[in-house]
Design a protein around this ligand. Structure first.
Ligand code: MOS
Length: 731
């Protein structure tokens, strides 16, 4: 099906199942331990061997030799696969860093060997006996140091934009801001580490893994193994979080496949937690310069956003300026990105890549500008709303209610009671409130599904879509139930198997809207098959209450299916609606913090996110996405930072030292969804919500800390040491 005209009324609009607060249908499997995560897949007749990886102890250079004699003699060892033995392997298309093979080392903890043994403990013990020699080279690890040599990245990343005359307008503006903001390297820190099981059968291999994107992984793994894609089955039915860290093929899957072929046994591999941050990808640090000029009435006349980030050779920039091209009005503007070469682990997508760090900077800058103008920061943002793409004024937004989010949030949160900076005290706590806008684009990606109807009246959906904890199983079941006119418990959903039609996968907050649209398209096909079998006109057949009606005839779906059942399969393709209209999601974050006047410790007191993201397919799972994302934003504001890059190693590479917030850190979170639909987005009229909640949240905390203390910190995370020197003297 091609979606190339705005959606009109369709069966989804009945909202009997879609839009309802449905608890996740995979919940019982997860809470009873029966969900088959990658490393936990158990089949009674499989004789697993266990692989334990060895990571490089240098950041740059070459491996000169790997002595495996002692490891091979250790108890239980079945074999050792080394990067020198396998030699250079073809690299897949999606990764920047090489995953395994050859002597070159590009980053710390790059996989260089895998020891396979009868048990996990034997493999781990033997891995410590592998003796590696290196020829190390000097690397570049610090963005600030590398900044002078940063280059304009590849044109495909759209590194620059300009509209009007920024320089002239900025120098003419009566009120201006010119400030620098920095964001650190961050780690995804998902609960489930990367894990895979590989089983060969003759020349074909089956891999269970933890992947957000089944087809991307399958293609790249087939290339690297040098096998036909048809000989590789990839499965990822349950995933314990990803956040972008599982978008692209990772070393555990490749190592499991290579080792299983070598030892002739099924092999399980997980990255030990301390290898995850350095072996995989991370959100790269940024240095951002923002300049804003405004008229005394608060209208922005000039806006510039420049961002520097680093990556391995061949990598791309953190696209932190993108939202600044779209979020606020202003006739004269420019954005630019610069990319430095760093020998750190690969920088890549982490939840809301671009917007997350970009808004951490931009939304502090907006707070600073409002103060310079003597305006309320909510009013300042409203004054600079735009209903068209500011760089291409002929392009309207498909639907944009940023103003509604700000106004609703201000009223709900009690924004009118915001104190003047540094004036509200409760005992040792300095209290403040902050606001920030949220913004994230809404992407659409082709997505396929197959839907079967059987003689029990059960609808079975098959698609290689993944559920990374987001609720895909549930919203897909809701979609199929609505389309076919059955209860949700009449629907079975099967996900994450490369034998199913290729879907959008889970990424870029495009999964929910795109994948349910694919299910919609397949259900349209199935409805046609049912109607045609019964001799009904498919346009006036009504699917409701487990039956299909046309005129005065009504037939149970189970009966219509017959012994052989019926199948509909299709892929939702997208026309050019995203070109004529800009599709984005919007929101407003409000935060109240307390800062300890003696220690500088910041505690969140309450948070509110108001989100405008088209139709909300399931208010329970959508709310979970937003509270998860805002929790992540608290980490970004207060604690998360991969540190100490002297040797190119992130030293806080475990969950004890890399600090992420938990429930106790955030006593009260509220989420409000604006009641809206966007007919330009899809037949579902929904948009992405998975990343929006993170966008802007950290800046709202920074602004609340400023309001509490009068101290402006422009360098994340806002740790105690950045506040304590400027706190008032305590009697
Ligand atoms: Mo997202 S960073 O595309 O998983």
């Amino acid at each position: 099906m091609q979606f190339d005209k705005p959606a009109t009324i369709n069966p989804i609009d009945r909202l009997k199942v879609v839009g309802q607060p449905t608890r996740r249908i995979d919940g019982p499997l997860k809470t009873t331990g029966r969900a088959t995560y990658a490393y936990e897949w158990h089949a009674p007749d499989i004789d697993y061997a266990y692989g334990y990886p060895v990571g490089s102890a240098i950041a740059k250079g070459h491996v000169t030799s790997i002595d495996t004699k002692a490891a091979r003699r250790a108890p239980g060892v079945l074999g050792v696969v080394t990067t020198l033995d396998v030699g250079d392997l073809p690299k897949g298309e999606k990764n920047t860093a090489k995953l395994f093979g050859g002597s070159e080392i590009q980053h710390y903890h790059q996989a260089i060997a895998l020891v396979v043994a009868e048990t996990f403990e034997q493999a781990r013990a033997a891995a410590a006996l592998v003796n590696v020699s290196y020829a190390a080279e000097t690397g570049a690890f610090d963005l600030r140091d590398a900044m002078p040599d940063a280059q304009t990245p590849d044109p495909s990343t759209e590194p620059e934009s300009a509209f009007g005359d920024f320089e002239a307008a900025f120098s003419a503006a009566p009120v201006t801001l010119d400030a620098e903001y920095t964001t650190p390297d961050q780690s995804h820190s998902m609960i489930e580490p990367h894990a895979s099981i590989a089983i060969w059968d003759d020349d074909a291999v089956t891999v269970w893994t933890s992947s957000q994107m089944i087809d991307w992984w399958r293609s790249d793994l087939a290339i690297t193994l040098g096998i036909d894609k048809d000989k590789l089955r990839l499965m990822s039915p349950f995933i314990g979080g990803g956040f972008g860290g599982k978008l692209f093929l990772r070393a555990d899957a490749l190592l499991a496949a290579l080792a299983s072929r070598e030892v002739g046994r099924p092999v399980k591999v997980t990255l030990p937690r301390p290898m995850v941050p350095n072996n995989t990808t991370h959100r790269p640090a940024t240095i951002q310069r923002i300049r804003i000029g405004a008229a005394p009435d608060g209208r922005i006349t000039a806006m510039a956003h420049e961002s520097w980030s680093g990556d391995l050779p061949g990598g791309g920039p953190e696209v932190a300026v993108m939202q600044t091209r779209l979020l606020y009005a202003g006739a004269n503007r420019m954005t630019a990105m610069k990319l430095a070469t760093l020998d750190l682990p690969e920088g890549n997508a982490m939840r809301a890549p671009g917007e997350a760090p970009g808004l951490m900077a931009l939304e502090i800058a907006m707070d600073e500008m409002a103060e310079k103008l003597g305006m309320d920061p909510v009013a300042f943002r409203i004054a600079n709303d735009t209903q068209v793409d500011p760089e291409h004024p002929e392009r309207p937004f498909s639907y944009r209610d940023l103003i509604g989010c700000l106004e609703r949030g201000a009223e709900t949160f009690g924004w009118d009671n915001r104190p003047a900076p540094g004036t509200r005290r409760e005992g040792n706590w300095m209290i403040g409130m902050g606001v920030a806008a949220a913004f994230r684009n809404n992407l659409v990606v082709p997505s396929g599904a197959r839907v079967r109807l059987d003689d029990r009246g059960i609808i079975t959906v098959e698609t290689d879509m993944t559920d990374i904890g987001t609720g895909s199983y549930t919203i897909i079941a809701q979609t199929a139930a609505e389309m076919m006119g059955v209860d949700i418990d009449q629907v079975e959903v099967k996900l994450g198997d490369s034998r199913f039609p290729v879907s959008a996968g889970s990424g870029g907050q495009f999964g929910a809207n795109s994948a349910t649209s694919g299910v919609y398209a397949a259900c349209v096909k199935l409805r046609e098959a049912v109607a045609s079998k019964l001799g009904f006109n498919s346009t006036d057949a009504v699917f409701e209450n487990g039956e299909v009606r046309s005129g005065n005839r009504a037939v149970l779906l189970a009966q219509a299916a017959g012994d052989d059942g019926l199948v509909g399969e299709d892929t939702m393709e997208w026309g050019d609606l995203t070109e004529a209209h800009q599709q984005s999601t919007f929101g407003a974050h409000f935060v109240e913090v307390g800062v300890d006047v003696a220690t500088g410790e910041t505690r969140i007191r309450r948070m509110l996110a108001v989100c405008a993201a088209g139709r909300i397919l399931n208010p329970i799972t959508a709310r979970s996405q937003v509270i998860g994302a805002t929790t992540m934003g608290v980490g970004g504001a207060l604690s998360e930072e991969l540190v100490d890059k002297r040797y190119g190693l992130f030293v806080n590479h475990d969950l004890a030292l890399y600090e992420v917030p938990v429930h106790a850190d955030i006593p009260h979170q509220q989420v409000i969804f604006m009641d809206e639909t966007d007919p330009y987005s899809s037949p579902m009229k929904a948009k992405g919500i998975g990343e929006l909640g993170l966008c802007g949240l950290s800046a709202a905390i920074a602004n609340a800390i400023y309001n509490a203390t009068g101290i402006r910190v422009r360098d994340y995370p806002i740790t105690l040491d950045k506040l304590i020197g400027e706190l008032p003297e305590v009697a």
